[in-house]
Design a protein around this ligand. Structure first.
Ligand SMILES: [Zn+2]
Length: 137
């Protein structure tokens, strides 16, 4: 179900709590909402739709990936990026990102996974994990 986006910076600054299998419907709503905004948005965190749980969804090309409880366990090659945020209107803002990251998470079936990402996909994941931690750019 497509949900309304939250723009309240106070709510978005709350650190999200760990997700569990009871949150699977939240992940579905998150994917539906992301796909509804795919023209302007490549990733979303659950607090952007009003649920302060550690769930992110992002587009890797046309594939929509969901991660529960993502944590970055390794990072390298810092650079300065410019990013916008659908929850915070305004011009893109400068932020520091890593060109290569390794993420530990649980997949759509709640299996433990560890994957390495680079480039734009790595950047999206970092932005959404920041949302989970209550960090806004
Ligand atoms: Zn954002």
């Amino acid at each position: 179900m497509v949900k309304e986006l939250i723009h309240d910076p106070l709510f978005l600054s709350i650190k999200a709590k760990p997700a569990s299998p009871v949150d699977i419907p939240v992940a579905q709503n998150l994917q539906d909402t992301l796909l509804a905004h795919r023209e302007t948005c490549v990733g979303m965190a659950a607090n952007m739709i009003g649920v302060a749980k550690q769930i992110i969804a992002f587009l890797d090309g046309t594939v929509c990936t969901v991660m529960y409880n993502p944590v970055i366990t390794a990072r390298s090659k810092p650079y300065t990026a410019e990013e916008g945020c659908l929850s915070l209107p305004g011009d893109p803002r400068k932020t520091m990102r890593w060109a290569k990251i390794t993420v530990q998470f649980q997949d759509a079936q709640f299996r433990r996974q560890k994957k390495t990402y680079t480039g734009f996909t790595a950047q999206i994941i970092q932005h959404e994990i920041d949302h989970c931690n209550g960090i806004l750019i």
